[in-house]
Design a protein around this ligand. Structure first.
Ligand code: HEM
Length: 470
């Protein structure tokens, strides 16, 4: 809370500006407005605290500019889902990530610009996306099994980077039919770090310098996909099921560069968010061994008679419940921003064009008025109708956002998460050094678990040992 002098100065200069917002609750502004609350604290924690302290809408001041933090499902629906959603653009994330992610993805498009066209081009929006998804389960399972074998040889792992690489490799199999080299992964990480520096910068973007060799690395990263596309066009393998081959069969006229940008873009959209969701899940499974044992048992039964399939995953209710619960309790993307393109009425006030609207799922995902025992990892809450009571994208459960601009990769992410949980749990136990809450960082718009370390133990070896001891 700013001191009396700081509050007095704000009122002296901006008191008149505050008057039209008098109906809204919020912290007292000081010289910096209320931005001081966000200094040294995670924005999602601040948004959640505001939800607890002030309710569904909180008035904030970014310096002299008013903004809102929304924790009210109805207001969030107005911004995300109602016809009025066209009044609200994404915050400046598009500008921040555009140099790395390119302009050929829905991520960076403006709602009132060419967003519809770009969204329709995305892999997840294709009419054949479900069929393609079914084709990916087996190949991604094989890729993850191989990655697990490699991790088993390591005595100690840092789970976040380890599962990031495992995810990147599985995505590559789905994307171009095979794992990619360390060079491609390193190029991807450099581009992601460059975007992250822009996202986290306190300075205007023109002052944020790209890393050395940025242009060359970007050309090499996307060029790699262009080369593969050209080879695939020549090969024309009718059995290839990866997304690149599927595009080339279904839309042969697609531009190589555009397709390369989309293939590269899937990693930015999903590799961080999907892998940290797995880290969160395994962290909670370590804390709740009964849930872990049930996952291992269901996973073992799924692989007992052959490779995983989409049908098997659809029937695997505990695996699904674990994925949902991880997305509820530790959502990877916890703060989203919107900005009115022109002055807009919201929550009974007129928000000036360009104001910041922050929407967070953290508080609503743990709202005690909605969820019994909200802070406990309880996959069982999703059984017996739980997924129908609180479907993805509903008022108290929106890890992938809500409405037409929600995550275009959500279906793929769900299949990936369930497949990865089942594959990993059927083969190993991830034994962590600690189940204490981990420190949370922020990278590329995603909450990043830090210091989650441990090792993999083969389930079969463990079972054998137990049997021997018994
Ligand atoms: C657990 C994994 C994932 C989570 C938690 C997640 C979360 C989200 C969220 C919350 C949004 C909406 C942001 C907003 O409203 O401002 C979003 C958008 C998006 N996501 Fe995901 N995502 C995941 C996986 C993926 C994957 C695997 C892909 C690609 C294959 C992907 C591609 C995208 C794209 C392109 C958008 C922008 C859509 C648009 O603006 O129209 N995401 N994601």
């Amino acid at each position: 809370m700013p001191n009396a002098l700081s509050r007095g100065i704000f009122n002296l200069f901006f008191g008149a500006k505050r008057k039209p917002f008098a109906s809204l609750p919020g912290p007292q502004p000081g010289i910096l407005g209320t931005a001081g609350d966000f200094l040294g604290a995670s924005p999602w924690d601040v948004c959640a605290r505001y939800g607890r302290e002030y309710g569904g809408v909180t008035l904030i001041w970014m310096g002299p500019n008013p903004g809102l933090v929304l924790n009210d499902p109805a207001l969030i629906a107005e911004v995300y889902e109602s016809p009025r959603r066209m009044e609200f653009e994404k915050g400046n994330i598009s500008e921040q990530i555009r140099p790395s992610v390119t302009d050929d993805t829905a991520f960076t498009a403006e709602l009132r610009g060419d967003w519809v066209r770009k969204r329709q081009l995305e892999p997840g929006a294709q009419p054949w996306a479900t069929e393609w998804l079914a084709d990916q389960v087996g190949p991604m399972q094989a890729a993850i099994s191989e990655s697990v074998d490699a991790l088993l040889k390591q005595r100690h792992i840092d789970l976040t980077p380890a599962l990031r690489r495992l995810t990147f490799d599985a995505f590559s199999v789905a994307s171009v039919g095979e794992k990619l080299s360390d060079q491609v992964f390193e190029d991807f990480m450099l581009l992601a770090r460059a975007a992250d520096a822009r996202i986290q910068s306190k300075l205007p973007l023109k002052f944020v310098k790209p890393p050395k060799d940025f242009d060359a690395v970007k050309a090499r990263f996307y060029g790699h996909f262009v080369d593969r596309i050209r080879e695939a066009r020549k090969r024309q393998d009718p059995r290839a099921v990866d997304i690149m081959s599927r595009y080339l069969r279904e839309t042969p006229g697609i531009d190589d560069q555009v397709l390369a940008h989309m293939l590269g873009g899937t990693y930015f959209g999903g590799a961080f968010s999907s892998s940290v969701t797995l880290v969160g899940a395994f962290h909670q499974l370590n804390k709740y061994p009964d849930a872990d044992a049930r996952l291992a048992a269901e996973a073992a039964s799924l692989v007992a008679d052959g490779p995983l399939t989409l049908a098997k995953l659809d029937a695997a209710k505990w695996v699904e419940a674990v994925a949902y619960e991880a997305l509820r309790i530790l959502p990877a993307v916890r703060v989203m921003t919107r900005t009115p393109s022109k002055d807009a009425q919201l929550a009974g006030v007129t928000l000036p064009a360009g104001s910041m609207i922050m929407i967070s799922n953290q508080h609503l995902h743990r709202d005690p008025a909605h969820w019994p025992d909200p802070d406990t990892f309880k996959p069982e809450r999703w059984l017996d109708g739980g997924t129908t009571r609180d479907p993805l994208g509903s008022g108290h459960f929106f890890p992938f956002g809500r409405g037409p601009r929600a995550c275009v990769g959500a279906d793929f992410a769900m299949v990936f998460l369930k497949m990865a949980l089942a594959t990993i749990a059927s083969r190993v136990k991830i034994q962590l050094d600690s189940t204490e809450p981990f420190e949370e960082g922020f990278f590329f718009g995603v909450v990043l678990p830090k210091g989650v370390t441990g090792k993999l133990v083969a389930r079969t070896a463990q079972a054998l040992l137990k049997a021997k001891v018994g």
